[in-house]
Design a binder for this molecule. Structure first.
Ligand code: ADP
Length: 490
């Protein structure tokens, strides 16, 4: 099968969160299974160009119709750790992708509406006729809409679309102008609630709703989250349209790229290890402590890695820090927030705790440091309020770090409490709590820290059980191929 991923991120060249990891990992798995896979991305100025091999111009003059004129683009090709990637660079005054960061601009919906249109134009003009186009989140949600309404009449009639919802909090909300710019036009037609008219804001076009209506199949990134976004407030208003289209909607758990996340060969960690020589892991803990100027005492190391977003349970992340220190453990945090208020709050905390040799807060984005933390820590906390899938707990398991998670979304599908679970013992791999208050996280974190102090061998066995879980792309890769096969023959 010939599959084209159209996405706003791909790890590690352009990664903000889990979406980038998924595009990277799933593409490789599909390729291993004998499919031809290509990825189309915007050519951002701030990408990690050091991860692109052999970047060359592939298509010099791509003209993309935009409003009543055409935008000149150049398409580049390069390999990202073996994946075939195309990068679209528009040459226009809007300067859509030369802004020093990936997201966070007032014309966001225009930037990605343009990218979606340009990707379709590129495929059409370059003669690419994939069996399946796989799009991701609101940024590329207009692809299925434009494919059906415009490009199927330009020779793309046999392409099918699978759209994945990674985070429905962000849906792509725009006004009428986006219809005129993309060439869709006809506002009354698209504002219809059965198409892209937002269910709660009559003057808004909702990109994600468009993808749900127009795609041949919609997935989200875990089975539990598939239920949550249909039936609870975590659907952010999409419950109804998902209900209407329930026959083409399902949850497929994300996988983890086991090549990129491999404690046996990870280039970002000084001491490689596996379940057989697990003691080597301790050397990474010493290395991290040395790097962050922390005490090297006989204490467990608790960590948090991830965006500092309300979604991630910031107050619990903070509480876990104080609780860890109280429980005679150390705490390391690596995270950044696009929201100034949250960033300021953690900077303040960092200053307050500056002299404490048992904790370290690193506020920013640092891919290499993240790898070292996963390899060094004993316990990783993931106290999310909602979590579509969550990769950090899976990475932790792979690196023999015991996850302490709140039971939501993909966290509920991947972590099973060692003391209280209906799963067989060999599947119990961490600690789980349910409510979102301080006592709840303590009920799990205290047990983890106490086990480390009181019964180190039992703690090690728990970590080893985690390492033996298989959260690779093997199974989800097969699941996605089943979906592609299904829609191809419809
Ligand atoms: P989300 O997609 O909501 O951000 P996930 O858990 O699905 O959350 O994916 C987060 C990914 O981003 C993981 O690979 C994690 O290691 C990485 N990550 C998040 N924040 C940082 C950071 N500050 N520095 C390095 N890596 C980070």
């Amino acid at each position: 099968m010939y599959i084209v991923m159209v996405a706003s991120e791909c790890a590690p060249v352009a990664k903000v969160g889990g979406l980038g990891d998924v595009v990277f990992g799933l593409s490789r798995e599909l390729e291993i299974r004998g499919n031809a896979v290509e990825i189309i991305l915007p050519k951002y100025d701030c990408m990690r160009y050091d991860h692109i091999w052999g970047l060359t111009v592939s298509y010099r003059d791509l003209w993309v119709p935009w409003f009543n004129y055409r935008v000149h683009c150049t398409v580049y090709f390069g390999f990202v750790h073996g994946r075939k990637c195309y990068f679209i660079e528009p040459h226009s005054g809007d300067n859509f992708f030369n802004r020093g960061s990936y997201y966070g601009f007032p014309d966001e919906h225009m930037r990605f509406a343009f990218f979606s249109k340009a990707a379709l134009e590129f495929m059409t003009q370059a003669g690419k006729r994939p069996d399946v186009i796989h799009t991701h989140d609101w940024q590329t949600a207009l692809v299925p809409v434009m494919l059906y309404e415009i490009y199927q009449h330009a020779g793309m009639g046999n392409c099918r679309v699978c759209h994945t919802l990674h985070n429905v909090k962000h849906q792509g909300i725009a006004g009428e102008n986006v219809l005129w710019f993309t060439g869709l036009g006809r506002p009354p037609y698209y504002y219809d609630r059965r198409r892209m008219g937002d269910d709660f804001n009559p003057s808004a076009i909702n990109f994600t709703k468009g993808a749900i209506v127009y795609s041949n199949f919609i997935t989200t990134v875990s089975p539990t989250h598939a239920w949550e976004i249909r039936h609870t407030e975590w659907g952010y208003g999409l419950g109804h349209v998902l209900h209407v289209h329930q026959n083409k909607f399902g949850g497929i758990l994300n996988g983890l790229d086991y090549e990129m996340w491999n404690p046996e060969s990870d280039r970002a960690i000084p001491h490689h290890f596996n379940a057989e020589n697990f003691l080597e892991k301790r050397k990474n803990k010493a290395a991290l402590r040395q790097r962050l100027w922390m005490n090297d005492d006989e204490k467990p190391l608790v960590a948090y890695v991830g965006r500092l977003d309300m979604q991630k349970g910031v107050s619990l992340i903070r509480h876990a820090l104080f609780r860890s220190l109280q429980m005679n453990a150390q705490y390391v945090l690596l995270g950044a927030s696009p929201e100034r208020g949250i960033n300021a709050q953690f900077w303040q905390l960092k200053h307050e705790l500056n002299d404490n040799p048992d904790c370290h807060l690193e506020i920013g984005y640092d891919e290499e440091l993240a790898h070292l933390i996963y390899a060094a820590a004993d316990i990783l906390v993931v106290p999310s309020l909602f979590e579509p899938c969550g990769l950090t707990q899976m990475i932790a398991l792979r690196y023999g770090t015991v996850p302490v998670v709140r039971s939501v979304g993909g966290l509920a599908d991947t972590v099973f409490d060692t003391d209280h679970s209906d799963r067989p013992l060999h599947e119990r791999n961490g600690y789980v709590f349910y409510q979102s208050d301080n006592l709840a996280i303590e009920s799990a974190l205290d047990r983890a820290i106490s086990l480390w102090h009181g019964r180190p061998e039992a703690f090690r066995d728990l970590a080893l059980r985690g390492m033996r879980c298989d959260y690779s792309w093997n199974r989800p890769g097969a699941d996605y191929l089943n979906v592609y096969e299904l829609i191809r023959h419809k």
